[in-house]
Design a protein around this ligand. Structure first.
Ligand code: F6R
Length: 611
């Protein structure tokens, strides 16, 4: 998954493809490649690492031809390497793909039985094999693509070329974005508008299930039923910077709004609803081994540590294993007690955070089993771990972590279900209920994002505050910590997150009429609803301003709080995912109103690879 570019016209395609890929560099990637069709031959050039490496290879042996496709890859299946870089080819077919094929293992098995040999570890390569088989049966290229996607379960934006059909690019999409760029005597394909802005301002956005035949002369689009359709052409006047952010003012805002998609991608292909189980690729712990685990130690920093605190509630509740959540920077310098019955879990967006990595190595060296929950396949932590579970949030560019956090939460929930099933603490039926809750989360996030106008009003009222307090109990405690961290790191307002019960042990002294207090109070028995309402009353009694995050049907708090932000009711262990969203938006709007550099706050780096 990452960036796609395609070109067909009267110019040499390779330089156009590489330059389009460069425009998508901001999205992050680990390898890149192009496939060019010319003189009835298919020429593929790929390289791991920076685009410079691909450019060097292309300039050494320029692939000739006026039609081609290119890709920057962000690994999801298979580590970053030349072999796993796109385009993937089989015989005379080349494909580039964004998305995830859920049934790729079963399809590979079927194809192997027919004598196919695979040259990469990716899910994408399956497309090249399926399409090639159809071509060999005499089907033309568009129909071959149609028949191939019918066999695939998952999401895709796919561009296909073949030296047997050298004048057209076939592309199709479902759930992953794809646009067509229109030119004179030349046409383009891309996953994102910025790739093409130097060539055209006229774009057609493909819709779900569409298939397009793109030639130098024009584009023909067919819907899922195979009927020819007209999709409107839109003139895009965005600057390249605006286009990179998909029309959002900042990457952080774009990433907050991407969360329904990011979470759906994280769940995709992993939930076995009928079996009440979870499938994690590369999982190599037997049920016997899992039953030997006496303790889980979560190692992480910052936002990832907060997701670990929420994960403790999930794993203890569903799998009944004691969990300790350790700040990696502390753990690594202690003399921690670790033994081979412990499972060490590193949680990290980047997979490169120096403290987490060192703590993880320390736990491993002392005999612990190791599992990494990480957003970057091939990163140091995934290389270190016995098992890596990818969060599939896609590249996160804003320094303040948003979609990485919520995808970590749903991953931890899946892990808790898996461990619970393996240890026998969850029945199939109970697990099915948990998985059903999970499937509802992307839609709930879509709904909760609608609270943005009310959050903006709160942000305007409190943008000049000097301090903020965030309170939550049980699984909402890490949400309070995360809300405070988000606000302080981008708005530079001092903020503290506290467990509600701790307020009377100190922070209550700070409360006066200038102090906004955000109380995360979904109506759940496990978050001691009555107790958190008690906290609201204590704040009110001292003149503090209460902003309450509550369930949409809860009217009990209406008269008590100065502002209420309503969210859809999720089960207690998943409520952190939903209730974090308004806090991300609050931090974003306060920072934006204060004129701060939201995406690159002062003194902070995206990946902390030094101590
Ligand atoms: C806060 C934030 C940081 C990171 C921390 C760990 O918004 O992004 O607190 O969570 O630096 O980074 P990773 O998850 O890459 O290990």
């Amino acid at each position: 998954m990452c960036g796609i570019v395609g070109y067909v016209g009267d110019k040499e395609s390779a330089p156009i493809l590489v330059s389009g890929l460069k425009k998508l560099e901001y999205r992050g990637y680990d390898s890149a490649g192009v496939a060019v069709v010319g003189g009835n031959a298919l020429n593929v050039v790929r390289a791991t690492g920076k685009l410079k490496n691909l450019e060097n290879r292309v300039s050494q042996e320029p692939p000739q031809g006026t039609l081609g496709i290119g890709h920057t890859r962000w690994a999801t299946h298979g580590r970053p390497s030349d072999e796993n870089a796109h385009p993937h080819t089989y015989k005379n077919v080349a494909v580039v793909h964004n998305g995830i094929i859920e049934n790729h293992l079963a399809l590979k098995e079927e194809l192997r039985a027919k004598g196919h040999v695979f040259s990469s570890e990716t899910d994408t390569e399956v497309f090249a094999h399926l399409i090639s088989d159809e071509l060999e049966r005499g089907v033309d290229l568009p129909d071959a693509v149609r028949l191939a996607i019918k066999q695939v379960k998952g999401t895709y934006a796919l561009a296909v070329v073949s030296s047997r059909d050298p004048n057209r690019i076939i592309c199709t999409k479902d759930a992953s974005p794809m646009v067509l760029g229109l030119g004179q005597g030349q046409n383009f394909v891309a996953s994102d508008v910025p790739a093409l802005l130097e060539h055209t301002r006229d774009f057609v956005y493909m819709e779900e299930g569409d298939l397009a035949i793109v030639t130098a002369q024009g584009v023909d689009i067919f819907n899922r039923q195979g009927n020819k359709v007209n999709r409107p052409t839109r003139r895009i006047d965005w600057t390249p910077m605006m286009a990179e952010k998909g029309g959002h003012k900042h990457f952080m805002h774009k990433e907050i709004w991407e969360q329904p998609r990011a979470i759906a991608d994280t769940l995709r292909g992993r939930m076995l609803l009928s079996e009440g189980d979870i499938h994690f690729e590369g999982w190599n712990l037997s049920a016997d081994k899992v039953r030997t685990i006496t303790k889980v130690t979560i190692l992480a920093c910052g936002t990832s540590w907060h997701s670990g605190v929420a994960g403790k509630h999930m794993i203890e509740s569903l799998a009944r294993i004691p969990v300790e959540v350790e700040l990696a920077s502390e753990f690594r310098y202690r003399d921690p007690i670790v033994d081979p019955t412990h499972l060490a879990i590193a949680i990290s967006q980047s997979g490169e955070t120096a403290d987490t990595l060192a703590a993880f190595k320390e736990a491993k060296a002392r005999g612990a089993m190791s599992l990494a929950i990480c957003n970057v396949m091939g990163s140091a932590m995934t290389r270190e771990a016995d098992i890596s579970v990818l969060t599939n949030a896609g590249p996160e560019i804003g320094v303040a972590s948003t979609k990485a956090f919520t995808t970590q939460l749903v991953t931890l929930y899946m892990l808790a279900v898996k461990l619970g099933r393996m240890r026998g603490t969850l029945t199939v039926k109970a697990a099915q209920e948990h998985l059903t809750h999970l499937t509802q989360i992307p839609k709930m996030i879509e709904d909760v994002l609608k609270c943005e106008p009310s959050v903006k009003r709160v942000a305007r009222e409190f943008m000049a505050a000097q301090d903020f307090l965030f309170l939550g109990r049980g699984p909402m405690h890490p949400v309070a910590l995360e809300g405070a961290l988000k606000l302080k790191e981008i708005s530079y307002i001092h903020a503290e997150g506290y467990a509600g019960g701790e307020m009377k042990h100190g922070p209550i002294a700070l409360i006066d009429e200038k102090m906004p207090v955000v109380v995360i109070a979904p109506k759940q028995p496990s978050v001691a609803y009555e107790k958190i309402i008690g906290n609201i009353e204590e704040v009110r009694a001292r003149g503090g301003k209460v902003i309450a995050i509550i369930d949409e049907d809860d009217h009990h708090v209406d008269g008590l709080a100065d502002h209420v932000i309503r969210i859809p009711a999720a089960c207690a262990l998943l409520a952190p995912v939903v209730s974090t969203i308004p806090l991300q938006l609050l931090a974003y709007h306060v920072a934006e109103m204060r004129g701060n550099d939201v995406d690159q706050p002062r003194n902070l780096a995206k990946s902390v690879t030094v101590e």
